[in-house]
Ligand binder design. Structure first.
Ligand code: TXA
Ligand code: MG
Length: 311
């Protein structure tokens, strides 16, 4: 495995590996993805193996622009307005698969829908154009652990299971994309993320989310046990117990601070890297996290923190 910078030479090498059925970890604006050519079933199967995913959870197919969508999905209400507003960007759209599309059924985990996203990172877009095919990519971490926001996180988690890691430094958004299901009458947020519910509602009007209705459809990958550091995590607290690290938000003493000025976007970008830094049993017995407001991207931060705290 090699870790070249995401320059023209690195991207050209990565594209060759993908077209030959290999695995490439690449930077997006949200987190690093573990990519395979979405049209090659054997390559996509290697993703599940490398991640140690217990079940065949469906994957996001990444594309370089919205015009490619017609090849892979059936038309869906709101698609065009959403793509215009948020692509490239941290929004994944779940639509019905187009019959006969060349995307492997494994990407959809055998289901009738396909999740599509156009990522907002120059390296990812250059790579997608160089490959010339959709690239299936979950977050580039072993199943169940925190998503990687740097090339070093990917190397620590996946090591030799990946053929090449393109390095473009830390991810700007730091939280995974919002997953929005367009196959229902009213769009459903399956996973909160970098695009907020308020932003989506401004485009589509009514939108629901799994938390409004416990019976609403959820993303198959949204079991509570995801994103768990090895140390116990307590959230919504300012009281630190002996041996615990404190992950702060806003002014005040803390071991590390998500954003001393209380900026939610800054906090999102820092979340996973700081959880990893504090997840050190040699130094701490647990991680206490200060309250983070629920508005805007705070909803996605709190979603990830609740998962991290669930043991
Ligand atoms: O920001 C992101 O979304 C990153 C970067 C690499 O793009 N990717 C990512 O992938 O977080 P992953 O596999 O870790 O999470 C994808 C989520 C999972 O919860 C999965 O269940 C859901 O999207 N998903 C994928 N395809 C779906 C489908 N057809 N229907 C419903 N949910 C789907
Ligand atoms: Mg993931």
């Amino acid at each position: 495995m090699t870790i070249p910078p995401a320059d023209a030479a690195g991207i050209a090498r990565a594209a060759v590996i993908l077209r030959n059925g290999g695995l490439v970890a690449f930077p997006t604006e949200t987190v690093y993805g573990l990519g395979a050519d979405a049209t090659q079933g054997a390559a996509v199967a290697r993703i599940f193996e490398a991640k140690g995913r217990p079940s065949f959870n469906p994957l996001i197919a990444h594309i370089a622009d919205a015009t490619a969508v017609a090849d892979f999905a059936l038309p869906a209400d709101h698609f065009e307005a959403l793509a215009r507003a948020f692509w490239p960007g941290p929004l994944t759209l779940v639509m019905r698969r187009k019959p006969g599309s060349n995307i492997s059924d494994l990407v959809s985990a055998g289901g009738a829908t396909i999740a599509l996203r156009c990522p907002d990172s120059p390296a990812a877009l250059d790579l997608l154009r160089a490959v010339g095919r959709p690239v299936a990519a979950p977050s580039a971490n072993r199943s169940g652990s925190v998503s990687p926001t740097s090339a070093a996180h990917v190397a620590a988690s996946l090591g030799e299971r990946v053929d090449l890691i393109l390095d473009a430094g830390p991810c700007r958004v730091g939280l995974e994309s919002t997953v929005l299901d367009l196959t229902q009458t009213v769009p459903v947020i399956l996973r909160p993320g970098g695009v907020t519910r308020e932003q989506i509602a401004a485009i589509v009007g009514a939108v629901t989310s799994g938390s409004d209705d416990p019976a609403a459809p959820k993303s198959p990958g949204q079991q509570l046990s995801h994103y768990a550091p090895s140390l116990p995590v307590r959230i919504n607290t300012r009281d630190v117990r002996a041996g615990e690290a404190l992950l702060g938000f806003g002014p005040g003493e803390a071991t590390l601070n998500l954003s001393t000025r209380g900026d939610l976007r800054e906090a999102a970008a820092n979340l996973f890297a700081m959880l990893r830094q504090l997840d050190d049993p040699a130094r701490f017995t647990g991680i206490a996290v200060m309250p983070v407001p629920e508005d805007g991207v705070g909803a996605a931060i709190n979603d990830r923190l609740r998962r991290a705290a669930h043991h």
